[in-house]
Design a protein around this ligand. Structure first.
Ligand code: NAD
Length: 296
């Protein structure tokens, strides 16, 4: 049993904190939202009145916050001055690489071990304890974080030094965005050319057009294994979150002079999708933007 301080009990953090409580860890939880705190309490966590109090006697701190500014603010203003220096700090939020490296360096400067551990897998994986964690930080810090992360996920992988978890996450999603848009283009064109989409799927999913986006997450309803397209593009991975990750990837690319033409185009398309009010749809719904309407 570890004493865990958990900050950020939203869509993802709520389920993750619940899984730590289910694994018999003592979880002191804090969120700015009263509703999120009430849900965490129902799931077996102890309600803390502030982030500072959640971490005051913690052996492990887990944060699951929206973006870099929240992570920097919470660690600098509330955690660093209150947490025992023996604790291991684990930030699971998806944030920019620069902020991730900065906050881990600030922790190291006061003698506290910290890793960045963003996740792959959505709300269902957070609730089910089947997330994949990509972890950046020193090997010893990774080994300390691993048993806690294993209670919330099915795979825990050491990606490299501080910030490497965030780097893996945004590079993976940069690939995924372009792959999904290319898949949508191919499928929409196949339909306009009069092909039976199921026949096209059967061929392309075994030919060189195959990919995760086509084979496992087909953006056309009624084609391939069940996917958000079969549920009116509800659930899954929201286009707004894909846009967030693409912006992080482009920001990181500019910082190291990397050419990312496909990523830039993907960002424009997801921005347009969000601007027209479809940011809550699954990211495979970008096919509606290409084709004028969502396929039914
Ligand atoms: P969310 O907005 O549902 O939850 C964030 C929570 O943080 C909210 O409950 C909010 O009240 C709380 N919060 C914000 N500032 C705070 C503060 N100063 N102190 C305490 N609590 C504070 O977001 P989410 O969907 O749970 O995502 C969390 C992170 O996980 C994000 O970085 C996101 O990009 C990443 N992520 C999300 C998904 C997904 O499918 N939702 C998948 C992978 C990664």
């Amino acid at each position: 049993m570890a004493k865990v301080g958990f900050i950020g009990l939203g869509n993802m953090g709520g389920g993750m904190a619940a899984n730590l409580a289910k694994a018999a860890h003592r979880v002191k939880a804090f969120d700015l939202s009263e509703a999120a705190l009430a849900r965490a309490e129902e799931a077996g966590c102890m309600r803390a009145p502030s982030a500072t109090q959640a971490v005051a006697d913690a052996e492990v701190v887990v944060t699951m916050l929206p973006a870099g500014k929240h992570v920097l603010g919470v660690y600098r203003d509330e955690i660093f001055g209150a947490v025992p220096s023996t604790a291991i700090l684990i930030d699971c939020s998806t944030i920019d690489v620069t902020s991730a490296k900065a906050v881990i360096a600030e922790a190291a400067a006061i003698g506290i071990a910290m890793v960045d551990a963003p996740v792959s897998g959505g709300i269902a994986a957070a609730n089910g304890g089947t997330l994949t964690f990509m972890v950046g930080g020193e090997a010893e810090a990774f080994e300390r974080a691993r048993p806690i992360l294993e209670k919330m996920g099915k795979a825990v992988i050491h990606a490299g030094p501080a910030g490497a978890g965030q780097s893996v996450k945004i590079c993976n999603n940069l690939i995924l965005a372009s792959q999904m848009i290319g898949t949508c283009e191919g499928l929409a064109l196949a339909v306009r050319l009069g092909l039976d989409p199921k026949v096209f799927f059967d061929i392309a999913s075994k030919a060189t057009g195959q990919s995760w986006s086509l084979n496992s997450y087909c953006p056309l309803p009624g084609v391939g294994p069940e996917s958000p397209a079969d549920r009116g593009y509800q659930g899954g991975f929201a286009a707004a979150l894909m846009l967030k990750d693409l912006k992080l990837a482009l920001g990181a690319a500019h910082g190291v002079d990397a050419a990312v033409p496909m990523g830039s185009l993907a960002e424009s398309l997801y921005q347009a999708m969000v601007n027209q009010g479809d940011g809550g749809l699954d990211f495979s719904g970008v096919i509606g933007l290409l084709d004028g309407k969502l396929p039914t």
